[in-house]
Design a protein around this ligand. Structure first.
Ligand code: HEC
Length: 157
């Protein structure tokens, strides 16, 4: 009988302690600051983007985003990549054709639309491109992609 009481006490203590640790962890989680949450989202987008880039963009824009001179423009420090968010999102969703100038070089090619990618995949690949290959621009959020997609007509998408 004494043994049983002893065991119960140990059991209770163990339960109380692990319960205590859990509450501590929970309060740490809620105390997490907004910027940390933000960077978690960006880490996730970067991982998704890395995969999407390797699957859908690399064939034309190449491993380090340097492109192929005269055929596929570079993604390194371009006014398209670092410039207006809406225009950049639109390039991926709708594709792009006609004469454009990228870093002083003229291109007149055809980029196929990628509207089949999910909002998260588009946000991911653009965040990845904006923060790789020597680029250092603001991430693109899933919400931004959804907004641009909503304004896009069926034609070309
Ligand atoms: C079939 C080849 C091809 C694929 C695949 C492709 N692009 Fe392009 N991309 C092009 C061409 C060609 C242009 C220039 C179009 C023109 O001349 O009007 C371009 C232009 C761009 C531009 C604007 C110009 C610049 O270099 O900054 C961006 C940004 C871009 N592509 C990003 C992407 C991303 C991100 C993906 C993957 C989701 C992708 N592209 C997939 C061929 C491609």
């Amino acid at each position: 009988m004494k043994n049983l009481v002893f065991l119960l006490t140990i059991g209770w203590l163990f339960y109380a302690c692990s319960g205590g640790t859990q509450t501590e962890q929970a309060s740490e989680a809620t105390a997490e600051s907004a910027p940390e949450k933000m960077s978690e989202e960006v880490t996730q987008l970067m991982a998704t983007g890395n995969k999407v880039y390797g699957q859908y963009c690399i064939a034309c824009h190449q491993t380090n985003g340097q492109g192929v001179p005269g055929a596929f423009p570079t993604l390194v420090q371009t006014e398209w990549v670092n410039g207006d968010d809406t225009r950049l999102i639109s390039v991926v969703l709708n594709g792009l054709q006609g004469e454009i100038t990228v870093n002083g070089e003229t291109y007149n090619g055809v980029m196929t639309p990628h509207a089949f990618l999910t909002d998260e995949e588009v946000a991911g690949v653009l965040t990845y491109v904006r923060q790789s290959f020597g680029n250092d621009s603001e991430p693109i959020s899933i919400e931004q992609v959804a907004e641009v997609r909503a304004t896009v007509t069926e034609e070309g998408a």
